[in-house]
Design a protein around this ligand. Structure first.
Ligand code: TMP
Length: 236
């Protein structure tokens, strides 16, 4: 079936069912808005398996996602949704762009999670925005921004516990949401949740197990991802 969209880490294909798409996870990796690029054997497989496990776990806790079914080692079937151009980032510990922007040392824990929004636009480098920007740019209403924040907090609570049981600290993550197009008009979790989109540190050693291994040239990128998958499988 036809290619509908190709992003940096995934491709979306149409299927026989107009409400369902096939999401293929690619081996390519990019960082810093694709200024840095590479390819890692089995990244697609690992991220597909990790996303599937996390989505199933979230569904079991009552979080609605666009997951429909597992297909094969690099493909999932997902409900067709209109992706909101608001990326939702949740931070439990200072790292990444937060530390860079405001000078708070990496590893500083927050008393409460920080939820922030960015405009999903590669052209503009996914800039930080707030509810007023989202409203004026027509990306989401005030009420929807509040809904995204609430959903993100619930997802954070559930994932903190899940990763903790796997010996991993959930430092931060980015999620995306979509509006269903089948008439139900609800907002569900969409896209992927993987070491590409989360920071995960080993609770014992503090070792980084996520895409920061690629961003910071730490080496063993896929070993980190494989370890995350193994821990999740042992836990599930
Ligand atoms: P940041 O600290 O670079 O803003 O990243 C926060 C979290 O969001 C981190 O877990 C990585 C994830 N992320 C993405 O998934 N995609 C992106 O394009 C960026 C910039 C971050």
């Amino acid at each position: 079936m036809g290619l509908l969209y190709e992003g940096k880490a995934k491709k979306l294909f149409t299927t026989d069912d107009s409400d369902v798409l096939r999401m293929e996870f690619k081996d390519e990796a990019t960082a810093f808005n694709a200024q840095k690029k590479s390819e890692f054997e089995d990244k697609g497989k690992l991220n597909k398996a990790i996303t599937l496990l996390i989505y199933k776990m979230l569904e079991s806790k009552g979080v609605g996602t666009h997951l429909v079914a597992d297909v094969d080692d690099i493909n999932l079937l997902v409900k067709k949704v209109d992706i909101l151009l608001v990326e939702v980032i949740v931070r439990n510990v200072a790292a990444g762009s937060f530390s860079k922007r405001v000078g708070v040392k990496e590893g500083t824990p927050f008393k409460q999670p920080i939820v922030e929004f960015s405009y999903k636009s590669d052209e503009h480098g996914d800039p930080l925005i707030n509810d007023d920007y989202a409203r004026e740019m027509g990306l989401a209403t005030y009420e929807e921004c509040e809904e995204l924040r609430q959903k993100a907090r619930v997802i954070n609570d559930v994932m903190i516990d899940f990763f903790k049981e796997c010996g991993l600290k959930l430092v931060d993550f980015k999620i995306e949401f979509g509006r269903t197009t089948d008439g139900s008009d609800i907002i569900v979790l969409a896209d992927e949740i993987s070491p590409d989109t989360c920071r995960l540190w080993d609770i014992e050693t503090g070792e980084k197990m996520d895409k920061d291994r690629f961003r910071e040239d730490l080496g063993g990128v896929m070993e980190g991802y494989a370890s995350v998958l193994k821990r999740l499988q042992d836990q599930a």
